[in-house]
Design a protein around this ligand. Structure first.
Ligand code: ARG
Length: 288
């Protein structure tokens, strides 16, 4: 009996957050380990369905870099990057559409359905939910670098998405956008998730990664950090490597009005629930 009551208390711990996040949009960038292992995949899907059933509005955004590279190599195309950005030529764009849209997006949607939830996949031209334009990277001299069909988010069909959400669907978005003239662009998934969170005026942006979160110089997890300090840590070099674009994406979303951004460890089962419904969370929370 005591044990049962304890269980009820665990559930109750979530109540203040359920009240706070009721009806709020939570954008989840899904990727990394959590997208590669079957078991973790299932747990993420369960978490997301649970959020929806508990009255929140989760929106999944996914990329699939490693899968794309694997597929490109199979076709004897060597993946190319400049400053962390994929150079997307015509052939690569075809592969991106195939792998992200036809494979990964549909797989996530069908996993949600199998687990009892309702999901609607949007990729590229399907629904044209993400509007995009070409992204020009600049080199250190300010010269434009041509990355081909690599794009950035220019807008979201918010009302259209909302309509599906109201009907009980969890939107699953691929980081492919459509340009004014109907051309498709490949968008970095972290940046896409941040921009989507901003356009949707989300309560939260959650980045699922393969690390514990933002670490201090001794390698310990930093549980909370404000935007000022995070900016300083990037400049000072204590946030480095692959963490930089993640934190920058979080800072962008917060600047645009998203309330909190979270970097969490997708290798931990049910990381989303632990972050959202406990006081301490398990990753790094970035706030203004
Ligand atoms: N559950 C609360 C929220 O989602 C607090 C999370 C705190 N997380 C952290 N990494 N310190 O807002």
């Amino acid at each position: 009996m005591q044990q049962l009551i304890k269980r009820a208390e665990t559930v109750l711990e979530a109540l203040p957050y359920l009240i706070k996040f009721n009806n709020k949009i939570i954008v989840i960038k899904y990727g990394g380990a959590a997208m590669q292992s079957e078991e973790l995949k299932h747990k993420v899907i369960q978490d997301v369905i649970l959020l929806k059933m508990m009255g929140m509005e989760p929106v999944l955004v996914h990329g699939g870099g490693p899968e794309i590279n694997k597929y490109l190599r199979k076709q004897k195309i060597e993946p190319k990057f400049i400053g962390g950005y994929r150079v997307t030529d015509k052939e690569t764009m075809k592969v991106v559409q195939k792998v992200l849209g036809e494979k990964i997006n549909q797989q996530i949607v069908s996993l949600i359905k199998k687990a009892g939830g309702k999901a609607k996949g949007f990729f590229g031209k399907k629904g044209r939910v993400i509007k995009a334009f070409k992204y020009w990277k600049k080199d250190e001299n300010g010269e434009k670098i041509d990355l081909g069909f690599t794009g950035q988010v220019g807008g979201i069909r918010f009302r259209y998405l909302k309509k599906w959400m109201k009907l009980g669907y969890i939107p699953v978005l691929t980081s492919i956008g459509v340009g004014k003239r109907g051309g498709v662009y490949n968008i970095n998934a972290d940046k896409a998730a941040a921009a989507i969170a901003a356009y949707l005026k989300a309560e939260k942006l959650i980045m699922m990664t393969d690390v514990k979160g933002v670490l201090n110089t001794s390698g310990e997890l930093i549980s909370h950090v404000n935007t000022y300090k995070a900016g300083k840590m990037i400049k000072g070099g204590s946030i480095s490597g692959g963490m930089i674009p993640k934190v920058k994406s979080c800072l962008y979303a917060l600047r645009k009005g998203v309330k909190t951004a979270h970097i969490i460890d997708g290798r931990v089962p049910h990381a989303i629930l632990l972050e959202l419904f406990t006081d301490h969370g398990i990753g790094t929370m970035v706030k203004k």
